[in-house]
Design a protein around this ligand. Sequence first.
Ligand code: ZN
Length: 247
Amino acid sequence: MRLLVLSDIHANRTALDAVSAALQGRWDKIVCLGDLVGYGPDPNEVVEEIRAKATATIRGNHDKAGCGIDSADDFNPVARKAALWTKEQLRPENVEYLKQLPSGPFQIDGVALLHGALKNEDEYVFSPAQALEGLLESPTQVTFFGHTHYQGGFSFRDNNLQVIHLKAGPGQAFAALQLDKGTRYLINPGSVGQPRDGDARAACAVADLDHNVVEFWRVPYDVEAVQKRMLGAGLPEPLALRLAIGR
Ligand code: ZN
């Protein structure tokens, strides 16, 4: 079983299409860790694509804001503006779809899916200290999380917590991590639609569960086309500019 793990697509249809094209034939199921919408110009298209193709999808904080489960009051002003725009754009059936998405942890094929932290879907897991609870208490040996938009993650074995710094270099499509049987993992596939780890390419992961390998992928896409649609839609300029630098 090979899972294509997508997270934080953020209404960026161009990045999602590029990932789909680059990874064609390399996966059996799609799982999605939330934040289908928010920030980007294509909320309906992305929701419809994931509705049609993903086997399991959990919700993120931007999905909750986009469908009205949560207000965007605790978002920063730029994110709030985009969230309100998203809410206006979403077609009723897509609002209903987002409303019924489960929160993590969600188990499938022996792995667990989270948006943020194990016990709080809205919490960011940036540091080893923040990762410890998920590593120790997740129901599965391998757990996927998103929310930070940083590809990589953490591993834990024999009281030793390590940060996974594995990235596809420039011109390289992916970097592979071999999973050890006795090690627990919290793995972030990175963000498809708004990477913040300094690499502007779309990020995702393929987990080959039969061979215990996770591939961290980076896929170039037409950033300028997305920026044009964002500015045309009246979305805040800083959100368009950041896509070009991956921050
Ligand atoms: Zn996000």
